[in-house]
Design a protein around this ligand. Sequence first.
Ligand SMILES: [Zn+2]
Length: 679
Amino acid sequence: MAWLRAALACGLLSVAGVGFGQQQPLQAIPYSPSLDVTSLDKSVDPCVDFYKFSCGGWQKNNPIPADQASWSVYAKLAQENQQFLWGILEQDAKATGRTPVQQKVGDYFAACMNTAAIDEKGIKPLEPALQRLDAISSREQVAKALAVLHHRLAGSFFFGARVGQDATDASLEIVELGSGGLGLPDREYYLKADPKSVKLREQYVAYVTKLLGLTGEPTDEAAKDADAILKIETALAKASLTRVDRRDPHKTYHMMTVAELQGLTPAIDWPRYFTVQGAPGVEKLNVSQPEFMKAVQAELTTEPLDSLKAYLRFHLLTAAAPFLSAPFREANFDFYSKTLRGVPAMPPRWKTCTQAVDRSLGEALGQEFVARTFSPEMKAKTQLMTRQIETAMAEEIQGLDWMSPETKQEALRKLHAIRNKIGYPDKWRDYSSLEVKPDDYLRDAERAYLFEEARNWNKLGKPVDLNEWGMTPPTVNAYFNPQMNDINFPAGVLQPPLYDSKEDDAPNYGNTGATIGHELTHAFDDEGRQFDDKGNLRDWWTPADAKGFEDRIDCDRDQYARYVIVDDIHINSKLTSGEDVADLGGTLLAYIAWKKQTEGQTLHDADGFTPDQRFFVGMAQWACENDRPENLRVQAATDPHSPGFARINGVVSNMPQFAKAFGCKTGQPMVHVPACKVW
Ligand SMILES: [Zn+2]
């Protein structure tokens, strides 16, 4: 759902893959403590730059691996999880007497690993689809092909269609149309006139030319097509809402009848389109960006037929490139990883394939992962921590002097309705209808795509599956979904050094506790607060309370807008506001819950720190990271999360508990005056 409301179900962070590390499968996930003294840089004054103090050693000890755009504590753990899964998959690929789940994940992995077979086939597996596109001889056929492409093949063709919860009645599954159709990461890449953006567009056109050329198209024709494709995408980009606008759920909610949509976009036969998706008879839907659909109409009716065909051809190719032979894979990597994000080297194949299995068969692979890594005791402990943080949140809300009793009552009702999903789904996804073969990689990927499409369209008109997860169990990340009104913590994120059962409570509440608080706070951030206890878009705030809240988060927005990400690019704090607020609110809740949990206990100094200091160092060390400047530019445009240094320094500088723990004084950089507050 990246194209529709990505920011709604925002996770804790955007994890940027993993690194080379040891080139062996792991038999167990290596241990590193949740408070690591080797990660510190004690030459830095914690009151001047707490992030550098907590993470300076980590940054020095953990250079970015050659196949990565960035590197972080989260990415490193994700890599370790993948190395562990690699061993499982190698076994599942070869073993006899496999379970159905082991057959599917093992064969998918084997098909992906067999680059000799993939390279030998070259472009052949994609030829039937390319020939169908080549045979198109009218605009009507372009529109018809779109319906089939959307249903059967991955790719960003003009717009997206899916089934999701109705914003105003979260108990309903409805059809939603969203913007899409771009090959660059964001609309602003097409519209900015600075030299770096102009150069990047030239490099993009070169990539499009190269990819088309790899199918046998003469270079001059391919170059002409690439220009035409950029022209189409620029028109789509202009008509797309900005990421900041897409954070406003009212701006992406436009229910209309299919007849009204037909009036807006007559070039597409919509009843036929929905029939092809497997959902005949759709009458009403949310057209999240009507202006965008008008642009689609204009493109389908005014661009030369050959340009439209070239556009479809390119998007089919670029989506399939990672599953094709080496020249396609390499061209794709050269642009999207090397040029765009500054990554020098392609990841080793085992890593690509482990990620591919996780993406396509995540809840099958997840069963293998959970059985080996996530004990019932771990589940019970993190559930307890979650309940304690929810209690802290309830008490904070009750004690707010600026919020009226009516709004408090609604807020508490919403908080009590949040469902805590910890580790893995209660019921695993059933992949039995999905065929996987050990020697047919592109077809495996296509079948997995079709399986997922069918699963999604099958939801239409049925009750919402509250058991569903939006992340797979090995994932090192977490999220809150405002329409499901649930928080989700995959088993992958509840491992050391993030959750460390060998350590005492201080760094654990600082780290995982603050993450739980972060996800809970999303229920009340600029976006989440617009949804009620049932997940419906409904304004339950009195006007005065809404203003009180907005004033509070404006303080945070002003603070973060001053931080520089790279070169002269500042944080777009209207984009990051929800995450920044979740960081601040979440850390305070974790601190309160920790104090309560350890009430009456005698806590001891350790690692050269007081217990309070250890809470904060444990908190800061989840965010240690290194980034390539190219990647930081992409993140600045697309990522709703601020960079690590801002996430840590921004939070602690607003917490008097931190200043007290480290003896920081007014006037020092880590004391923000006046302090911003969420609660
Ligand atoms: Zn978040």
